[in-house]
Design a protein around this ligand. Sequence first.
Ligand code: ATP
Length: 242
Amino acid sequence: MSVQILSAGRSSLLEAREVSASYGHVQALKPTSLHIAEGELVTILGPNGAGKSTLLRALTRLTACRGRLFFRGTEISGLPTHQLARRGIVMVQEGRGLFAQMSVRENLMVGAFLHAAETDRQMAAVFELFPRLRERIDQTAGSLSGGEQQMLAIGRALMAKPQLLMLDEPSLGLAPRAASEILSTLGELNRRGLGILLVEQKAPLALKLAQRVYVLSLGKIVAELKPDEIESHHDLARYYLH
Ligand code: ATP
């Protein structure tokens, strides 16, 4: 099944053309094309091992990949991860990647390395979004709850002033309430204009936020649709909604 949808009226933020990635002889991501429009929140669904993390890692060059990438119409193929971050493409990896022995403040400061002069302003913006982090500013990251750690991981990514934020399963391992808090904050960031590419297991929550969905299976995109169209695809609805 393949349903093509164009993000009407919006200009392209990221476009991937035939991006693929392999681990040794195993092609975990087959040539895949996708796009995210300015201000769009797109979610990627797919079963375990479908290649969702590999896709995000390829798009941020954390994994070597083939194919072409364009950001706001400019080709960025071959740029390393830190150069992508300079352009505003930032990822929150699965497992969060925080510095456990460092404080909340220090972790946030690491995220601000590209915009050191704006650290205070950015930190205030992160605290406005996640007041809990302000209360725990001197606490080590490793001593935070799972939900707070995810807030910190997202906060650290926001310190880099992203134009496109990619997140790999931000609700993984969180209690339902913490997961929905995190996802509703992503919705708020998107309403403020941030482009978001979200890999998420909690499909019903992600589908409430997303404007468009890609379904990945066995390393390739098998469907592109709007969230409310999933219901009419019985195989997808059974797997992701019920
Ligand atoms: P999950 O939902 O379980 O996190 P996923 O959809 O994110 O899965 P990936 O983690 O991208 O899937 O994995 C895609 C395939 O690539 C899987 O078969 C996985 O075993 C394989 N794979 C992932 N990372 C590596 C690696 N570092 N070395 C070898 N194979 C890998």
